[in-house]
Design a protein around this ligand. Structure first.
Ligand code: ZN
Length: 436
């Protein structure tokens, strides 16, 4: 039988199985077979020798702003509100255009792949352009079009955004890589009316709702002052959690709020780096897990992280959670990898397609070289992934059965061109800031 791709002799991390040297046969974008001696069984158009490599499902990044890639390092060491209102929003007001987003998203998608991310869930504007860039790079994406009460990007009001989402949903309905989502920015930028409209639209189209929630203590205090309820309770009173929802950050949830999310099968996207850097705070997620809330990991945008390393996010989250719980046994390495892969897939309601190695699932696979000084000896690949490896060791990335990075070289785009363009925009942004 002919197949498209054979990944042979890698240390395969199959879901809930012991790591085993195995080969993987890929046909039509999906995993056809996993086992030994597949070379005899199939005739492959392409073969990757994965000896000395970990072969695992790609990371699922559940919260990002991919087109903010040119704002990396633009403003640091500031509180969230000041960072947004004095730095990010002014440059966005000046530069946001379809062309800018397409370029910046292309860069961001490339950076995601270099970090082993095979699916990301985004929140931004000009989703059509982001979709084009994601397809060009070859990455899977759930693109949440941002919803705010006031004019933003190319929209005069939220109704225009809702109409756009509907249009995009239909435009990309048959896309192998792209889904659209409704992404009300936050409860402090979106009023009751638009939150309800957002929820209704997501339910009507059967797509995801993606929102920033309970990111800072101020947000919680303001919400209580305004509504008499905490953020999750407030959204619940609007019926917001009836659909498929991912809440990003969700740091400050009390018992009742955790019960609400668990009852509604709402997932949380943990963004540890961003929360630490903006000093939004941190909380133990132990009781979230005990309540049965599905956890996933997000990098947030590079403007607030400032990188897209899922391995760093995994490592940082594991260590922080252990320290917070005064318990080194909390969130062991295997559990952390699940959060970053199948947890993300569940959050995006795609766990029947991605997030683990199983026959019939999409072939979204990363190969990690462990034959290095930094990564030997290797007693346990999960331990290496959480505590030792860096993105530099992620060598090959396969998405939807296609190789999109080979030996750290991007296949579908010219990295040099991307870098030149980033420098070009950097100059323009510096000039704008100097005239402010
Ligand atoms: Zn965010």
């Amino acid at each position: 039988m002919n197949i498209d791709l054979l990944i042979k002799n890698g240390l395969a991390l199959e879901y809930d199985k012991e790591p085993t040297i195995n080969s993987i046969a890929i046909l039509n974008g999906k995993i056809l077979d996993i086992g030994k001696d597949l070379e005899q069984k199939y005739k492959a158009s392409q073969i990757i020798d994965a000896a000395d490599k970990i072969v695992m499902p790609g990371f699922v990044n559940t919260h990002s702003h991919v087109a903010m890639s040119y704002f990396k390092g633009l403003a640091d060491d500031l509180p969230l509100q000041e960072w947004l209102s004095k730095h990010i929003w002014p440059v966005e007001a000046k530069f946001l255009s379809a062309e800018f987003v397409e370029d910046a998203a292309l860069y961001g998608c490339a950076e995601m792949i270099k970090n082993g991310i095979t699916t990301f869930s985004d929140m931004y504007f000009f989703g059509d352009q982001t979709a084009k860039s994601a397809e060009k790079v070859g990455i899977r994406a759930v693109l949440g079009e941002g919803v705010l009460d006031y004019p933003v990007a190319n929209y005069q009001n939220a109704d225009e955004i809702f109409a756009y989402i509907k249009k995009m949903h239909h435009k990309y309905l048959k896309s192998e890589l792209i889904d659209f989502a409704v992404a009300p920015h936050a409860i402090y930028t979106c009023g009751k009316e638009n939150l309800i409209k957002a929820k209704n639209l997501a339910q009507e189209l059967g797509i995801l709702l993606h929102i920033h929630l309970s990111e800072t203590k101020k947000e919680v205090a303001d919400c209580i002052n305004k509504t008499g309820m905490r953020p999750v309770e407030y959204l619940d009173s609007l019926g917001f959690f009836e659909g498929n929802v991912v809440v990003a950050h969700a740091i400050w949830l009390n018992e009742n709020e955790q019960n609400i999310l668990a009852k509604n099968n709402t997932s949380v996207s943990i963004n540890t780096s961003s929360n630490l850097k903006l000093a939004s705070g941190f909380n133990s997620f132990r009781s979230y897990i005990e309540h049965g809330i599905n956890l996933s990991l997000g990098t947030d945008g590079v403007a607030s992280n400032n990188n897209l390393s899922m391995l760093q996010e995994i490592s940082l989250t594991a260590k922080l959670q252990k320290a917070l719980n005064d318990d080194p046994t909390f969130l062991p390495d295997k559990d952390m990898i699940k959060i970053a892969t199948i947890g993300g897939a569940k959050a995006l309601h795609k766990s029947n397609q991605i997030g683990s190695f199983e026959i019939g699932k999409k072939a979204d696979i990363i190969l990690i070289d462990v034959n290095n000084i930094e990564t030997q000896p290797m007693y346990d690949p999960y331990s290496q992934l959480v505590y030792s490896l860096s993105s530099e060791q992620i060598k090959d990335v396969i998405i939807n059965g296609k190789i999109v990075m080979k030996n750290r070289q991007l296949i579908n785009i010219d990295a040099k061109e991307l870098i030149e363009k980033a420098k070009y925009y950097q100059k323009k942004i510096i000039k704008f800031n100097s005239m402010k």
